[in-house]
Design a protein around this ligand. Structure first.
Ligand SMILES: *[C@@H]1O[C@H](CO)[C@@H](O)[C@H](O)[C@H]1NC(C)=O
Ligand SMILES: *[C@@H]1O[C@H](CO)[C@@H](O)[C@H](O)[C@H]1NC(C)=O
Ligand SMILES: *[C@@H]1O[C@H](CO)[C@@H](O)[C@H](O)[C@H]1NC(C)=O
Length: 402
């Protein structure tokens, strides 16, 4: 009782004017605080916090920008028909291009939820063993023509560098709903606008969502300045090293078993294709590649880089049984097929297998590529990797021989 009385006695002298003034100051402070913590002036961040439980999986990027950029729901759609797509490396070049733009614009990138799988890159042969005898007819295939993006990549890991969400996530639906409510400030549909304009012009920079139509042929065509090294924000190794957790785990287990090893990636298959010129002569874009990727040529070429007795991990799309066996005279050979007890339960398609193999290749003491990409690369062939024009007659003799 006594305490209550004292309390009442204390508040009594306060005038209504003072209470009003205090309230106004408090409300003003609250308003300023809310503007400060919602950097774009949208009330978006507050609504995310309140829905934390729903979006907890996507919450890591929320220290980052709360504006979004979308390039569409298919990475690449080469040629006129969209029913197929290029290989993983091709699609990664495109995805990297989009991620770089998102970084430049300081926006969250809205990734397609699925990645198309090229049918010619989805045979099971590699896993079943290039050292064992499997005939083409009995070769098993993975049937899927696409896979979930988050089965290949660790989105949380990517988000540490550039925030990403998927275009089938609850977050994306929330962004779309919010953009509708915001009207003109909600979404800008753009095509052919430069990234500098998207960043600097207020008609774009203030918009919650930029829906940008990327080149339907291949997204990487958007990175016109990708030859300019100072404008490259993400290295080629970025996406390969962002592999999903289970793939990174598999690679780590296999690397432990391999111990101290060297590795080479031998691309044959599709890159060996030839076509006949008007005189009926076979021509190839990589005239020395078939020769350079034969075992006897490989043995000569790598002798100076890989000492005898080393464990050599080989990743290849070559299907001929025992194709690399001649290398066993000098090296202890290992393939993914040696580790099928680790891989079989985990791997669901060839893209996943290739992601694991790339991590193993990256972990080798000495790594030899098929063709040079950088000046410092060791490679089996000196043919340039990028050549879409010059078709030449394949060479099978040693250099300097007729
Ligand atoms: C983005 O723009 C394209 C082309 O204008 C349109 O077809 C698509 O529906 C838009 N997507 C969103 C999410 O606004
Ligand atoms: C290369 O990129 C940088 C950074 O984006 C830019 O400042 C420079 O002008 C570009 N150089 C050329 C030759 O395009
Ligand atoms: C991998 O398997 C092949 C036979 O399929 C065998 O000859 C080779 O020694 C194995 N390599 C390792 C590193 O165990």
């Amino acid at each position: 009782m006594a305490i209550q009385k004292t309390h009442k006695g204390k508040t009594k002298p306060r005038s209504p004017t003072l209470i009003l003034t205090v309230s106004i100051v408090a409300i003003t402070l609250l308003y300023i605080a809310s503007t400060l913590f919602s950097p774009n002036g949208f009330s978006f961040s507050t609504s995310i916090t309140s829905k934390n439980s729903v979006f907890s999986k996507n919450c890591r990027q929320h220290n980052g920008p709360h504006k979004y950029i979308y390039w569409g729901n298919r990475i690449d759609c080469p040629g006129k028909h969209c029913d197929t797509c290029a290989g993983l490396g091709h699609q990664e070049s495109s995805l990297r291009c989009a991620l770089e733009e998102a970084m430049f614009l300081q926006r969250t990138f809205v990734m397609p939820a699925r990645m198309c799988i090229n049918p010619i890159h989805n045979k099971k042969g590699i896993l079943l063993g290039s050292g064992n005898s499997i005939s083409e007819e009995t070769e098993e295939r993975w049937e899927d023509s696409s896979c979930a993006m988050d089965s290949l990549y660790d989105l949380d890991l990517i988000s540490d560098t550039v925030p990403v969400i998927l275009d089938n996530s609850e977050m994306w639906h929330h962004v779309l709903a919010t953009s509708m409510k915001l009207g003109a400030r909600g979404v800008a549909h753009v095509e052919g606008v430069s990234k500098t304009d998207l960043k600097e012009k207020s008609s774009y920079s203030n918009i919650l969502l930029i829906n940008r139509t990327a080149s339907p042929l291949s997204w990487f065509a958007e990175c016109k300045d990708r030859k300019n090294h100072s404008s490259i924000l993400l290295p080629y190794s970025f996406l390969p090293s962002m592999a999903a957790k289970k793939l990174r785990y598999a690679a780590e287990e296999i690397k432990k078993l391999l111990g101290d090893y060297d590795a080479m990636h031998v691309r044959r298959g599709d890159v060996l294709k030839t076509r006949k010129d008007r005189f009926g002569v076979e021509r190839s874009l990589h005239p020395h590649l078939d020769r350079d990727t034969r075992s006897e040529f490989i043995l000569c070429r790598i002798a100076k880089w890989v000492p005898p007795g080393r464990t050599l991990f080989i990743a290849s799309n070559e299907r001929t049984p025992g194709y690399f066996s001649p290398l066993a005279v000098r090296y202890k050979l290992a393939y993914s097929s040696n580790y099928s007890s680790i891989l079989d339960p985990l791997i669901e398609n060839n893209y996943e297998l290739f992601m694991v193999e790339r991590l193993i290749l990256m972990g080798a003491k000495t790594f030899i590529k098929t063709m040079k990409e950088d000046d410092n690369d060791l490679s089996l062939s000196d043919d340039p990797k990028k050549n879409n024009k010059k078709w030449e007659i394949p060479v099978y003799t040693r250099d300097g021989e007729e």
